[in-house]
Design a protein around this ligand. Structure first.
Ligand code: GLA
Length: 330
């Protein structure tokens, strides 16, 4: 008989939600483990702009509707990802008469998009990643130079939150970003959210994507980031967690399975992460993995195409790793 293990989400039920990103394939191929271990779901790609709004007068909700229905059927909460981003956003929104769209029209298109998407899932989606990745990685730059920014300056950020809030006043609205624990970027994210709060913009939290690895970022930087964001009196969600076996610059492709050393380090890191999350449970609303189990991860194609990676708590056979058993046992 297969070994019985308690449910991950039930273990943390008093603390925060435990989420997974799903796609059209994994929602079925991982249905049993999703049911057992997670109580919050995020669509990996299927609610992104280009997926639901390929042309100005065309919305395509078939797949996202299916995912919301799947979450309802299994009584899982659902997050929304993502409304305003520089990637995976259809070109048409930035175009007008063969050139760059003007500010007034872009704002109207953004509003239509947010009204329609957030409105459709009103009260079915508890939290939205409203604005994704607008802070620059370069230390001497504040905002990313996206088309949103080129046309609208920083004003699009607060407008996005306002539109989302009026489309669903009950949803928790987040600013979401990666490298969120890097001190320089963390301070900029903090500044952005602080300014928005001071202006009375309806922003309720920060999404820390948490695309981490077994070496970086340091536990100290993670803790400091959580503390700094929490000091704004907002909610924190861990939104896209994975713990890669490779540092970002490590491009090795010789492994068909993780080394013992990698596995040991990953376990140690996961135990530390969850200890910190527990410590800040008053501030953390959800911890979402960017996938379900090691049989599928976007990291298999990033940053090296076709290289295997093993970033989750469930292995390639969707069985709990030692780290998961230990987390549940503590
Ligand atoms: C970012 C986005 C996610 C996803 C990941 C990579 O973090 O927010 O939607 O695209 O990159 O998969």
């Amino acid at each position: 008989m297969a070994e019985q293990i308690m449910s991950l989400y039930q273990h943390f039920e008093e603390d925060f939600k435990i989420g997974a990103a799903i796609n059209q394939r994994t929602m079925y191929s991982s249905e049993e483990v999703i049911k057992k271990h997670f109580n919050s779901l995020t669509a990996e790609n299927e609610m992104k702009f280009e997926s639901v709004h390929p042309n100005e007068n065309e919305y395509t909700f078939e797949i996202s509707d299916k995912m919301v229905a799947f979450a309802e059927k299994h009584q899982k909460a659902m997050r929304g990802h993502t409304l305003v981003w520089h990637n995976q956003t259809s070109d048409w929104i930035f175009e007008q008469n063969g050139g760059l769209v003007d500010a007034k029209i872009l704002l109207k298109r953004m509003k239509d998009h947010i009204d329609t998407v957030v409105g459709r899932y009103k009260s079915k989606i508890y939290s939205w990643d409203v604005v994704n990745e607008v802070i620059a990685d370069e230390e001497d730059k504040f905002y990313r130079d996206s088309k949103w920014y080129q046309v609208l300056g920083e004003s699009f950020i607060e407008k996005a939150f306002e539109y989302a809030h009026s489309a669903d006043p009950d949803a928790t609205l987040l600013y979401n970003d990666y490298n969120e624990s890097n001190p320089a970027k963390r301070d900029k994210i903090y500044q952005l959210v602080k300014q928005l709060k001071e202006k009375g913009v309806p922003i309720h939290g920060v999404g820390m994507q948490a695309h981490w690895n077994i070496y970086d970022p340091s536990l100290d930087n993670i803790r400091k980031a959580i503390e700094k964001y929490a000091s704004l009196g907002i909610e924190i969600q861990i939104t896209e967690m994975d713990v890669s076996m490779f540092t970002f610059n490590d491009k090795r492709t010789d492994l068909t399975e993780p080394t013992e050393e990698m596995e040991a380090l990953q376990m140690e890191r996961y135990l530390q992460f969850f200890e910190v999350f527990k410590e800040y449970k008053e501030n953390i609303g959800a911890v979402t993995f960017w996938g379900v189990a090691d049989d599928y991860t976007w990291l298999n194609d990033f940053p090296v195409k076709g290289r295997k990676n093993w970033p989750f708590l469930l292995d390639e056979n969707q069985q709990p790793k030692e780290a998961m058993k230990k987390i549940i046992a503590t």
